[in-house]
Design a protein around this ligand. Sequence first.
Ligand SMILES: *Cc1c(COP(=O)(O)O)cnc(C)c1O
Length: 356
Amino acid sequence: MTRFFSASLSGLEPYTPGEQPRGLADLIKLNTNESPFPPSPRAVEAIGAQQVRDLRLYSDPACTDFLAALAEAFGVPKNCVFASNGSDEALAFAFRAFCDAGAAFPDVTYGFYPVFAQLFGVKTRVVPLRDDWSLAPEDYKGLKETLFLANPNAPTGLALPRARIEKLVAADPGRLVVVDEAYVDFGAESCVPLTQRYDNVLVVGTFSKSRSLAGARLGYAVGAPSLIADLNAVKFSFNPYNVNRLTLAAGAASVRDAEHFKTCCAKIVGAREETKTSLRALGFTVTESRANFLFAAPPAPRTGAEYFAFLRENGILVRHFAAPRTENYVRITVGTGVQMHRLVAVTKEFLKGETR
Ligand SMILES: *Cc1c(COP(=O)(O)O)cnc(C)c1O
């Protein structure tokens, strides 16, 4: 840290992204919840030579065509949607815009929430998940802070039904609930319909997982027009051209290809359920994930750290969170069926080995 660095940021602990190895050859990458499938062929086509030549021009600050496609897909008016450079940016804007009363979120959830809070000087309240990793909406009753709820949650994969989130939203119109739906397309209920009935719920989503566009950086928010106007006030005070031209074109084409999207999600869900069953049969504890990953702990006395290391030695990269509550678990992104069969085979070898 230099002597020029703001004292207000001296304690900043930046987010640690999962490893992005240079050479992917021979490595099965199941550590950052990307899709194993390419994006929609229509999205690939949308980035043509003309789009590249047009890079001399700024991108559309209103993201008009992309947002029209998104609004249509969600069945909401165009003034209810917002586009961002990955959903991380929409979340960052929400932390900056809506957290005068602080932010509340679970102890085990997306690791970026406490980082954004620190960056923007937002006070936080951390609410522990129950022993079975469940999020009990009652635990948030009466809290005045803006709530950040990942649904499904990460890295547990557990989801709440929309009706239970609606109760939280309806209970206090003076409190905003931000629902992070990064993984909703893999089998949870979206809260987008709530945005048409309540002006204190904001849904944030991403094209990084279910739409295979992690590298394009595309996210969105859906909410009442007043909330979207506030997000735009922040965006136009920071980076009006926050989503680049190629990404906007790919994103619009992706939204318009519902078929490809559904097929990819169904394959992931199928591989997830099959792998979950296999791991449980091997004695693992595996949560009931509704996401594109599994949260799994090996049978004692084997530890999550040993399992992580063994998989890595055998060319399979997963994520291990070395915090007290999560250290016995690993988070395994669901890849192709072939990749998951390999994971199960290596796991069997792991269980045969000596315990340390
Ligand atoms: C992956 C993820 C995001 C952010 O994804 P972007 O790539 O920035 O769109 C947001 N929330 C959760 C819970 C995630 O897992």
